[in-house]
Design a binder for this molecule. Structure first.
Ligand SMILES: [Cu+2]
Length: 139
């Protein structure tokens, strides 16, 4: 009896499974054209101040992008922007934010391609690693 029952169960199972496959396959999802270059943010992007760090630490944007620096930390921060070659952030910045309290925001537009370094000079956080870069590529 068991020998006869197993094939019957198998047929019933296969038939039931086969029925669900008779529905039409979904239309293929259109695939957008993806350029062969790494993703680059355009127009605006965000750099957070968080846990004594810039997040993301390194960004790439197109020229003309507005970078919104937002203090998402519990302490005051600032950001000074330097040419990428600088190693001493005590002078030579090209832009300085004000000191920003938690929740504060400061926008800066990068108009020239190049590599820039970010330093937080508030309480010398840069010495604790609050540094970052922004690479600006031509539009
Ligand atoms: Cu800081």
């Amino acid at each position: 009896m068991m020998v006869l029952l197993l094939p019957v169960l198998l047929v019933v199972t296969l038939t039931a499974t086969g029925c669900s496959r008779k529905t039409a396959p979904p239309d293929p999802v259109p695939v957008p054209n993806v350029p062969n270059e790494p993703p680059v943010s355009q127009e605006q992007t965000v750099v957070l101040f968080r846990m004594l760090r810039f997040v993301p630490k390194d960004s790439t944007v197109t020229q003309g992008t507005v970078v919104m620096f937002i203090n998402d930390d519990l302490v005051e921060h600032d950001v000074k922007i330097f040419p990428g070659t600088v190693t001493d952030p005590t002078s030579g910045s090209i832009a300085d934010s004000p000191y920003m309290q938690p929740g504060g925001r400061w926008d800066y537009t990068f108009t020239e391609p190049g590599l820039y370094k970010l330093y937080c000079l508030s309480a010398e956080h840069w010495r604790l690693g609050m540094v970052g870069t922004i690479k600006v590529v031509s539009d």
